[in-house]
Design a protein around this ligand. Structure first.
Ligand code: SF4
Length: 252
C-alpha cells in the first residue's frame, strides 16, 4: 500500500511538473480525482507510468517541443547535466539519426554528436554522399548521464516520449539508430546490436536500421576496429541505397 502511495505521488509530481512546463498553473480538483482513478486502473493492469508522453500530442511544433524539453526536470539527470541536448538538423529530413545520450562535449555545447564521435559520424555520412545538414540528429536521452554511464531503464522510459513526439513532428522516411541502446529503445526489443544490424525494421511506416555507435568504433584498434568498420560500412551502404530511393522521390 505504501509502495502504491509512493508511486502515485511520484506520478502526480511528474504530471504537475509537466503541466507547469506547459504553462498551466491551476489544476481543477476534479482532474486530481481523475488522475487517481487512472493510476488505480494502471496499478490493476500493471501498466508502468510514463513521463510527459500522454500530454505531448498538444505540442504542434519542433520549437515548442524544444522549449519544453530544455526546461525538463522529470528525471535525475536534470540535476547533473550541463545543457539539454534536444537535437539539430533538417526539420523535414528523409533521414533521422538517433544516438544513445549526450556525452561530455555535447553536454557542454548543447549540440548532438560533437567531438571525436561527431567528427566520425560526419565522415561516415560523407562516405555515403549525405551531408550532415540534410539529416536531423538527436538521441534517446536528452541529458548527459554522469560519467557517460549507460542510461537506466527508468531514465529511458521517462525521456522516451520526447523522442516519440520528435519523430512524429519530423516525419522522417528512414531512421538510423547508432548503438544497441538506441535500437532497443526505439524498437522496444532486447536483442543485441549484432543481431539487429544489417536489416530494416518497420516503425509505423518508417524504415529503421541500426549500426555501431561512432564512439564504439573509436574505442578499439587493430583487427577489431577493422572488422567493426567493415560491418559498419556494410550497414551504411544498405542505408545509402534506401536513402537514394527516397531522395529521388522527393526531387522527382
Ligand atoms: S533526460 Fe529527458 S526526462 Fe530526464 S531531465 Fe533530461 S529531458 Fe527530462
Amino acid at each position: 500500500m505504501q509502495k502504491n502511495l509512493q508511486q502515485l505521488l511520484e506520478n502526480l509530481i511528474l504530471w504537475l511538473k509537466y503541466q507547469r512546463q506547459a504553462g498551466i498553473d491551476e489544476i481543477p480538483i476534479q482532474i486530481l480525482a481523475q488522475i487517481r482513478q487512472i493510476d488505480m486502473a494502471k496499478e490493476k493492469k500493471n501498466i508502468p507510468s510514463k513521463g510527459p508522453g500522454d500530454n505531448l500530442s498538444s505540442i504542434k511544433s519542433l520549437s515548442q517541443l524544444q522549449t519544453l524539453v530544455e526546461q525538463c526536470e522529470l528525471c535525475e539527470l536534470a540535476r547533473t547535466r550541463g545543457k539539454v541536448v534536444f537535437g539539430e538538423g533538417n526539420p523535414s529530413p528523409i533521414l533521422m539519426i538517433i544516438g544513445e545520450a549526450p556525452g561530455r562535449e555535447e553536454d557542454i555545447q548543447g549540440r548532438p554528436f560533437v567531438g571525436r564521435s561527431g567528427e566520425l559520424l560526419t565522415k561516415m555520412l560523407r562516405a555515403i554522399n549525405i551531408d550532415r545538414k540534410e539529416v536531423f540528429i538527436t538521441s534517446v536521452i536528452k541529458c548527459r548521464p554522469p560519467g557517460n554511464r549507460t542510461p537506466s531503464k527508468k531514465e529511458i522510459n521517462t525521456c522516451m516520449p520526447y523522442l516519440t513526439r520528435q519523430i512524429e513532428l519530423l516525419c522522417p522516411s528512414i531512421i538510423l539508430c547508432l548503438g544497441g541502446i538506441a535500437a532497443q529503445s526505439l524498437l522496444n526489443v532486447t536483442k543485441s546490436l549484432s543481431s539487429l544490424r544489417g536489416k530494416f525494421y518497420d516503425l509505423n511506416g518508417i524504415k529503421v536500421t541500426v549500426t555501431y555507435h561512432p564512439a564504439y568504433l573509436l574505442r578499439f584498434g587493430g583487427m577489431k576496429q577493422k572488422d567493426l568498420k567493415r560491418k559498419a560500412w556494410h550497414d551504411l551502404q544498405m542505408l545509402q541505397a534506401e536513402y537514394e530511393k527516397y531522395k529521388k522521390k522527393t526531387t522527382g
